[in-house]
Design a protein around this ligand. Structure first.
Ligand code: BGC
Length: 790
């Protein structure tokens, strides 16, 4: 596990000053660079030692069989696994006769810095070889946000204690050997040599390799090109073989002299394009990168990030650790989505092989809400990707005997690939999560073209799913039976409150969108009768309630299930899914992740304040947080019901999930949804943002240790800046026209906010928050205000 203080607290950097080989795989995830298209794990330049080598291209996957001991009708037949593609990172170094390898000789100095404003990973090392020769190496790596196919590395080496012969080998390596994996279902399947060589080419400053996958039939081209600066006498050679290519630079350097190699790597893949087509594509991308040059690429990178931070930075005064973590989180969210462009945003982004590189509901429920208000173009493209897979979701619905579209629980390419249907296919709520992301995006941007071209059909087809999945009982109530909600420790039950309320919103949003786009809706075959049926289902939606306990059961009957024996569950038995049968988890009151509490966030308009307080206390006692998708939601609701310090604790957990490796699986990739959750916990928790209607509402309130919180939201072409202090909040528009006006609610009061006149309103005191809710034994979050009584 990463030591708590592995990375010193700094506002804009994640810095490592000691190389701990035991947690190399974790740091490779933390230091991963990506633009949403290419992902490079933070492997050391020389390739070894490594925790998990990793180079990924969004949606470049291989098929693999899903073996079933007992297959059933409708079980997905084939799995999809993200491929570790040709590695363009390696730069090896021979110092006189010794390969530079930190496991040998003496590492005199080591530092790696992820610079959140520069968008680079820098490394500086001083190493004494076993033969006593000392070198200084500095490398800087980037994956370009502005040139989508490009990664680049600047590698500098200089002798410290006398002249020496240095040989730099810069490589492309396909079919790297991967370490074997554990039995944890959350890690990936290992594919043996998934790439078949198709073509290789050597040119004057590098080489090209083309490969193809066997079953999915995808083609991949990778090309590298180098600029070499150093002493006059140096020899450069290039060679290429089936699975690797190499550029070798040989020279002798005296102290004071330096060898500098800039390596540009271009990636391209396609299921359709020909070999020459792909070859030319990467050649052109390389030409573009060389035209910018190393300094140009760095300047473009910084410029892109300057704009992002200007639009999206969150400032947190009083808790510097959270300040660093929320920026780290936003950076990874950006990396996951920035240039995905009609491809999915996976649960781990492109930072590791965890969950086989699949995208889940995580994207629409946790990641897209953040991007909607920070980088809305990325949301449009993520949802257009869903739309591009609609025909597969429609096919899946037919297989299941349903109408509309049944989107996959987990996928890369759009087909359902979850072999475990109770926590896969039955998780139908993903349809409503997609629909809500559409609703939110259109509401926040007014992007009518998107709604016409993609949003409407997503809403219509998901509404059709609900109408056919549910039924009216003899009293006229509408039920959704046999579904699984967000909590994966409760499965295949009737009337999950979260699912029902989200489906209700989905049905109504679809009917409203149809009214806005009558012509397109007509073409989709929607008529008045159909929208009336959607409205009826929504209006008659059953929402279970337990009047005796005064709480909502998360599914029908939940509150009478047997209680879980938390006192008798030792800490090492968590996560429970690895140590107890699902059979037992499913029939008891034990909750993996926020479910009813999540309903109270995204459908907060369906609950009274009293219900929220009672429900929150009830579910706190039963939620074990075996998923990283829970803490941020608990933070939001804890803040809403007045437990601000507890909300702060949960914020810390969401934000530090990867910097502190809290779930001990950061090695497989960062938890993008939890990192997005840090923003959600701050903005929706302490800022109190809710977007149930066209008028955004805020109920800002800070915990004792946070003195000030400032954040920006993009809203229909303007930027709203919100500055919260303990006693007052100020709202102002930036970058708009003088006559721009935005209406919003502050603790229920309607405000008209403009560019010129910041509006400040007091933060009302909490009326009553009731006793501090308790968590299951041993599952309380780590406290962020140490002096607070437990
Ligand atoms: C959670 C799911 C989530 C998946 C991927 C699981 O542990 O229970 O809700 O979608 O991880 O992050």
């Amino acid at each position: 596990m990463i030591r708590e203080r592995a990375y010193p607290v700094e506002p804009w950097h994640v810095r490592e000053t000691r190389l701990d080989l035991d947690v190399l795989a974790q740091s490779e995830s933390v230091f991963a660079l990506s633009n949403g298209h290419i992902g490079l794990r933070g492997n050391l330049d020389e390739g070894e030692p490594h925790g998990l080598p990793g180079t990924y291209l969004n949606s470049f996957y291989e098929l693999r069989p899903l073996p079933y001991a007992e297959a059933g009708y409708g079980f997905p037949e084939s799995g999809q696994t993200l491929v570790n593609v040709t590695n363009g990172k390696p730069i090896r170094l021979l110092v006189d006769d010794e390969p530079f390898d930190v496991r040998y000789g003496e590492l005199l100095h080591h530092e790696r810095v992820l610079d959140l404003r520069a968008g680079t990973l820098q490394r500086s090392v001083e190493w004494r070889s076993p033969a006593g020769r000392t070198v200084r190496i500095c490398s800087t790596r980037l994956v370009s946000f502005t040139q989508r196919s490009i990664a680049a590395i600047e590698y500098r080496v200089e002798p410290v204690d006398g002249p020496m012969r240095l040989i730099v080998q810069s490589e492309l390596v396909a079919n790297e050997q991967l370490p074997t994996q554990s039995r944890d279902p959350r890690v990936a399947a290992v594919l043996e040599s998934p790439l078949q060589a198709e073509e290789r080419l050597v040119n004057s400053d590098g080489a090209l390799l083309v490969h193809r996958t066997k079953a999915s039939g995808l083609r991949l081209a990778v090309s590298m090109s180098h600029e070499v600066h150093g002493p006059e006498r140096k020899v450069v050679g290039n060679e290429a073989y089936e699975d690797w290519a190499r550029t070798t630079v040989t020279c002798v350097l005296k102290p004071g002299e330096r060898l500098r190699v800039v390596k540009y790597v271009a990636y391209g893949w396609s299921s359709r394009r020909s070999r020459p087509g792909l070859r030319d594509q990467v050649a052109a991308a390389l030409a573009g990168a060389r035209f910018s040059g190393w300094d140009g690429l760095c300047a473009e990178q910084r410029g892109y990030l300057d704009t992002f931070w200007n639009d999206s930075d969150v400032q947190v005064e009083g808790d510097p650790e959270v300040q660093q973590a929320v920026r780290f989180g936003l950076f990874h969210v950006l990396q996951a989505g920035a240039r995905a462009e009609l491809r999915p945003i996976a649960a781990k982004g492109l930072t590791g092989p965890g969950y086989d590189g699949h995208a889940f509901w995580d994207t629409e429920t946790f990641v897209l809400p953040v991007l909607t208000y920070t980088l809305p173009s990325a949301v449009a493209s993520a949802l257009r990707w869903r739309h591009s897979t609609l025909h597969l979701a429609q096919e899946r619905a037919r297989t299941l005997g349903l109408q509309g579209a049944a989107f996959p629980w987990r996928t890369i390419r759009g087909q359902e690939t979850s072999a475990y249907w109770p926590a896969g296919t039955a998780g139908f709520h993903i349809a409503a999560d997609i629909a809500d992301a559409v609703r939110r995006y259109v509401q926040a941007t007014g992007d009518e073209q998107f709604e016409r071209e993609a949003g409407l059909e997503l809403l219509v087809e998901t509404a059709r799913l609900w109408r056919s999945l549910g039924h009216h009982d003899r009293h006229g109530k509408f039920h959704l039976d046999g579904v699984t909600g967000p909590d994966e420790y409760t499965a295949v039950k009737n009337d999950n409150v979260y699912t029902n309320l989200m489906a209700q919103r989905n049905l109504l949003a679809a009917a409203e969108a149809v009214a806005r786009h009558a012509e397109q809706a007509y073409r989709l075959g929607v008529d008045d009768e159909e929208t009336a049926a959607w409205r009826d289902a929504a209006n008659d939606m059953h929402v279970p309630y337990d009047p005796e306990l005064g709480v909502h059961p998360q599914v029908e009957g939940f509150t009478r299930f047997q209680e879980w024996d938390f006192a008798g569950t030792p800490p090492e038995q968590y996560p429970l899914l690895l140590n107890y049968p699902y059979f037992d988890l499913y029939r008891k009151q034990v909750i993996k992740q926020a479910d009813l509490v999540l309903a109270m966030h995204w459908r907060g308009d369906a609950f009274t304040d009293e219900e929220k307080a009672a429900n929150f206390a009830y579910y706190e006692r039963r939620t074990v947080r075996d998923s990283s998708l829970s803490a941020c939601t608990q933070a939001v609701l804890a803040a809403e019901v007045g437990h601000l310090e507890l909300a702060h604790d949960y914020l810390g957990e969401a934000a530090l999930m990867d910097l502190h490796d809290l779930n001990q699986n950061t090695r497989d990739g960062v938890h993008v949804a939890s990192l997005a959750g840090a923003w959600i916990a701050l903005v929706a928790g302490f800022g109190g943002l809710r977007d149930h209607t066209e008028t955004l509402s805020f109920t800002p309130r800070l915990p004792s240790r946070i003195d000030r919180l400032e954040f920006s939201l993009r809203w229909r072409g303007v930027h709203l800046r919100v500055d919260v202090r303990s006693d007052a909040a100020t709202y102002v528009l930036r970058d708009g026209d003088p006559d721009d006006v935005m209406e919003l609610l502050h603790h229920g009061e309607l405000l008209r906010v403009t560019c010129d006149n910041p509006v400040t309103r007091p933060v009302p005191p909490i009326e009553s928050s009731g006793p501090q809710p308790a968590q299951p034994a041993g599952r309380a979050p780590v406290r962020r205000t140490p002096e607070r009584e437990p």
